[in-house]
Design a protein around this ligand. Structure first.
Ligand code: SF4
Ligand code: FES
Length: 369
């Protein structure tokens, strides 16, 4: 069962009370890989500005008091933090379900065991393709694939639930069946077929990553086949990629509704890409308690609920289903974050998405650096 599955009743209650459920703790932007679709901002935060372990411990206690149930320890690569064991122990001691999101690079067997000893509950490992050569090429790191396989096996041996995360784009979308087979072979209980979202580094590489409509259709059929074939053996999470959907996703479950992100330096964001909207004002955990930030910070208030919406969202029956879609995508494509997500077929800007989805460029990736 998934962490959120186990917590479903409490989750519904917390949403009703207007409390967040999940916290993404970006412990560092440092990472040995160079994935061209990285969700970190193009202007990475420096090591010198990172929060220390004691501050993270306070943030976790405040998050738990606020109602947060689970924390995702992420990056960059969280293993780049020498104090990762202390940070994980603090999250566990605060009563949070702890999920480590790792590329596997820099995570030794010994440290994994220490993390499990202090209470790590779940591990998510990203894999760039279903075979070594292509996987290492996309990651920009030779030998990464073998290390990911080895760490997966160590996680399973320690009886910690494992999710394999596969970020999908034109170069690997035809390998979805192989990804699922690989995840099963590695002993994962879940595989996320996560199509690239075009912000930050991925926006730079959009035309190099964009699949064709035919590829997307084949991929959706492949997921359905795999779900039938492996029912009861592995959970397959997948949604239609944004640029090929008719309606947008409820990004982050609705802005300021279910989750918050804390950046390496302590800024609190409603979603991982919120800093791409240049006029938003973010508050920091260095200056204010998390509860104040959640309730009153200008960035969280900007698009919470439905009051900010214009037509066609304002009178749309789906406005509390998808909350107008993704604010960062609306900004990236239309230049106005308060527009309906142009992925929506009802948006007056929808033709921009169709145009962008048709642009493809065969050239080397612009790797994250
Ligand atoms: Fe969602 Fe707005 Fe489109 Fe309605 S008009 S489906 S609320 S994005
Ligand atoms: Fe920011 Fe969707 S990524 S709202």
């Amino acid at each position: 069962m998934t962490p959120l599955g186990m917590l479903a009743d409490k989750e519904l209650l917390m949403i009703k009370l207007g409390k967040p459920l999940g916290l993404l703790a970006e412990l560092t932007h440092r990472c040995p890989l160079g994935c061209p679709y990285c969700s970190n901002p193009v202007a990475l935060e420096s090591r010198a500005g990172e929060l220390d372990a004691a501050t993270w411990a306070r943030v976790f206690r405040e998050a738990a008091s606020l109602g947060v149930l689970q924390v995702h320890l992420s990056g960059g690569e969280p293993a780049a933090r020498r104090d990762l064991v202390d940070i994980t122990a603090a999250a566990h001691d605060a009563g949070l379900y702890t999920n480590l999101i790792t590329s596997a690079i820099g995570m030794t067997s010994g440290r994994l065991r220490q993390l499990v000893d202090v209470g790590l509950d779940h591990v998510q490992i990203s894999i760039q393709d279903s075979e070594a050569f292509s996987s290492d090429l996309i990651a920009g790191y030779e030998g990464a694939y073998e290390r990911k396989r080895a760490l997966s096996s160590e996680v399973v041996q320690l009886k910690v639930p494992l999710t394999v995360n596969a970020v999908i784009h034109r170069a690997n979308i035809d390998h979805i069946e192989d990804f699922v087979a690989l995840a099963l072979e590695l002993g994962a209980g879940r595989v996320e077929i996560a199509h690239v979202q075009y912000y930050g580094w991925a926006l730079r590489n959009r035309a190099k990553l964009m699949p064709t409509r035919e590829q997307v259709e084949r991929a959706l059929h492949a997921v359905e086949r795999m779900r039938k074939r492996y029912r009861g053996r592995i959970v397959i999470d997948a949604v239609t990629p944004d640029y090929f959907a008719r309606f947008p996703k409820a990004c982050v479950g609705g802005w300021g509704r279910r989750s918050l992100n804390v950046t390496p330096s302590g800024k609190v964001l409603p979603c991982h890409a919120a800093e791409t909207i240049p006029w938003l004002e973010f508050w920091s955990v260095r200056d204010r308690p998390l509860a104040d930030i959640w309730e009153s910070s200008p960035a969280f208030s900007a698009f919470r609920g439905t009051g900010w919406m214009r037509e066609p969202c304002a009178s749309c029956p789906r406005r509390e289903v998808d909350f107008g879609g993704c604010r960062c995508q609306a900004f990236a494509i239309t230049g106005d974050a308060a527009q309906a997500d142009p992925v929506c077929q009802l948006s007056p800007h929808h033709m921009l998405v169709e145009r962008l989805a048709a642009i493809r460029e065969e050239a080397a990736f612009d790797y994250r650096h």
